[in-house]
Design a protein around this ligand. Sequence first.
Ligand SMILES: Cc1cc2nc3c(=O)[nH]c(=O)nc-3n(C[C@H](O)[C@H](O)[C@H](O)COP(=O)(O)OP(=O)(O)OC[C@H]3O[C@@H](n4cnc5c(N)ncnc54)[C@H](O)[C@@H]3O)c2cc1C
Length: 454
Amino acid sequence: MMVKEAALAQLRTALRGSVLTSGDVGYDAARQIFNAMIDCRPALVARCATAADIRACVGFAQAHGLVVSVRSGGHNVSGKAVVDGGLMIDLSLMKGCRIDPVHRTARAEPGLTLAEFDHNCQVFGLATTMGAVSPTGIAGLTLGGGFGWLCSKYGLTCDNLLSVDIVTADGRLRTASPLEHPDLFWAVCGGGGNVGIVTSFEYRLHEVGPVLGGSVVFPFAKAKDVLAFYDDFAPSCPDELSVNAALWTTADGVPAVGIGVAWCGALDLGERVLRPLQTFETPLADTIAPMRYVDRQRASDAFFPPGRRHYWKAGWQRRLAPAGIDVIVEFAARRPSPYTRLSLQQMHGAAARVPPSATAFVHRHDQWEVQMLSQWLEPADDEVNIGWARECYAALEPHLERAVYVNMLGGDETSRIREAYGANYERLAAIKTIYDPTNFFRSNQNVATTPRLN
Ligand SMILES: Cc1cc2nc3c(=O)[nH]c(=O)nc-3n(C[C@H](O)[C@H](O)[C@H](O)COP(=O)(O)OP(=O)(O)OC[C@H]3O[C@@H](n4cnc5c(N)ncnc54)[C@H](O)[C@@H]3O)c2cc1C
């Protein structure tokens, strides 16, 4: 290791948290993330407890020329949270959360999962947009944008961000908000961790729950009709409804197509809005019912257990034209793994109405995110499962926008990073150049610093 024992001892003394090296108890568990494909060996893992720990880690890495990676929930499939030979700044133990029920705000640390955050908020009947699988981390999700069951009504997660505390590459802890360092705040809202390490997030909350949630499931043979119906039905629905379609294999081994829903408004109105979905075709199952918001948030967790291997690809599609639907159904029919899903997650309503230049997250349209979520168990099956996702993407590409959600980018998709930011890329690069001129934060979906300012 490049770091001398004396320096390492100093780092250990400086932190409230701990530092692990290869061979230490807990090192292997700490470097393990959601995607079992990722097997990186950092030189050091700093298990931070406080913002001061994070500052100390940034200073230490700068002094010793170490590449840093930042791990919060560890759910990003690209695996950028962990880096070979570098310093992994592990925030997963930082789980502080304080709700202000009067002003309807939350102050949350980056180690919280969605489940933990939602639980804290729902004590007061409050929530804000988070993702649809509850062990995901709030930090990476928020920094990339964040969409889920509340986004049609309340916008993306980053649209509900009021401020952050952030350690920048110079080691300073700053507060960024629309009033303080507004450029930095703009870049935090969708910029994916390029401009610093967020030590706490302040969110706007809303009164939420109970919701009407569940799924209507149809035989796979009806997939084309169901997706055509979905494309007509969902974009015209009120903002209170968010939907997500999937083609997958049920726990009983039956291929199926389903439409998951969450309605966050008055329940009787929701029942009326959802009736066409429940009656246009004879379903195999219909689980739509009033439920606690946290139960809606957890309902898809079983499809994404820890320990599986993942290779994902995704892209945005404005409307589901019949030719595109044909490709989706053809590839769904020949998934090599029963755990693999094709999903069409909706962007609609409030999330779609924010001007594209208002935050670094640029893709503001009524549209679908088509997700090829390849997952399997054995390393011997890597080639066939990765091959399926790549072929599926290649066949769908003519039907997709040249645009991608940064949080769905794979580790091998550097060439698509510009597509993640579109017209906002240059502004994000310019802000990164101000706050991180040497590209110190580069184990991420990296936005290059602007060369002429270096
Ligand atoms: C099963 C599953 C379901 C998902 N569902 C949704 C969904 O419904 N909606 C949605 O929007 N997304 C969804 N995602 C994508 C998810 O938003 C991203 O994977 C996100 O990056 C996860 O955040 P994390 O903190 O768990 O990840 P990590 O892997 O810990 O972090 C990802 C990256 O974010 C950056 N980062 C993390 N924390 C910080 C920090 N504190 N400061 C600065 N940079 C940081 C780093 O670059 C890091 O490499 C899902 C992912 C999975 C695996």
